[in-house]
Design a protein. Structure first.
Length: 280
């Protein structure tokens, strides 16, 4: 989320000096019927807001089978990151997942947050990252978890889609279609409720469109890492990126990032990957 590049680029990058006003439009449908624009609401992302804490089906641990991808550690990314040369750019990226619950991790400061997202760039291309996903947050020692939908074109700020509340276990589907290095549509679909929002951004920071990401992230809070709660095992399903030519980019051959002692990720097959909280 918002603070990721501060880590990737070190302390030289002052994010706020890069933040510009993005130009974007939104539209949406609910059960096939257009949602009046004024009912689709965004707010600058912050820790706090939204609600829900419903039980969620567990994924059998035995499904974590293969381990053939290269692995790498990160302070804040836990997931699969694949690459394509800029001679064959990513056109769009896609994934489904179920909104994971999270519980507070003893010894970590508040707020605690685990953000699940898919996006383009931010790994080998560090000056921009287009991403959208969900986040589970615990603001204080009351341990009440909150869930939000959000999108961000880093280094611009993140936006919470406040008009789309999340519940644990809801299926979300995210498709980000780029129409150039600086324009894209983000489709955030609430499968469980048949509600979708489409955000069209016409002037974003320049992407290279070479990194495909399916990640659970420990976000930054200000200049420090937020506490990282324990979270329900999260499957990225139907995870693929469409490229300008040739086969879709999937999970096989991706680098599996882990956050030491906190989160591991692994591939299942070319279109399914999992991130899970440690210790299991
Ligand atoms: C703790 O967080 C919960 C959920 O975010 C909030 O409702 C409550 O007001 C907070 N309490 C304090 C003391 O900040
Ligand atoms: C879908 O929308 C419904 C109704 O607004 C809400 O209750 C639910 O939590 C939402 N789920 C997701 C994943 O957006
Ligand atoms: C994204 O592109 C796919 C494939 O071209 C298309 O099916 C889908 O409708 C597009 N979504 C958006 C939000 O533009
Ligand atoms: C976590 O990932 C590391 C590196 O991929 C691996 O060596 C370790 O066995 C994993 N631990 C668990 C509990 O899955």
């Amino acid at each position: 989320m918002r603070w990721i590049l501060a880590l990737l680029l070190g302390s030289v990058l002052l994010l706020s000096s890069f933040a510009t006003a993005l130009q974007y439009e939104v539209s949406g449908t609910r059960k096939g019927v257009p949602i009046p624009k004024e009912q689709i609401k965004f707010a600058p992302y912050q820790f706090g807001r939204s609600k829900n804490n419903n039980p969620r089906a567990e994924v059998p641990k035995s499904m974590r089978i293969k381990r053939g991808n290269p692995t790498s550690s990160s302070a804040n990314w836990c997931g699969a990151v694949n690459h394509t040369p800029t001679s064959n750019k990513i056109k769009s990226i896609h994934a489904f997942w179920q909104v994971p619950g999270c519980t507070k991790r003893t010894g970590h400061t508040y707020p605690q947050g685990a953000a699940v997202w898919t996006g383009i760039d931010g790994n080998t291309w560090t000056s921009a990252l287009l991403q959208s996903g969900t986040v589970c947050k615990i603001d204080n020692s009351t341990a009440v978890a909150r869930h939000e939908a959000w999108w961000q074109w880093v280094p611009d700020v993140a936006y919470t889609i406040t008009s789309m509340p999340l519940a644990i276990g809801d299926w979300v589907e995210i498709t980000i279609n780029t129409t150039s290095d600086t324009s894209a549509t983000i489709k955030f679909d609430n499968i469980s409720q048949d509600e979708q929002n489409i955000i069209t951004v016409v002037s974003g920071p320049t992407l290279a469109r070479k990194d495909a990401d399916w990640v659970v992230e420990r976000p930054y809070f200000g200049s420090s890492l937020a506490g990282f709660p324990k979270f329900d095992t999260t499957w990225f399903e139907d995870a693929y990126a469409v490229r300008q030519t040739g086969a879709n980019l999937g999970i096989l051959g991706a680098t599996q990032y882990h956050i030491p002692s906190l989160c591991n990720s692994t591939e299942y097959d070319n279109f399914n990957a999992v991130s899970y909280s440690l210790p299991v």
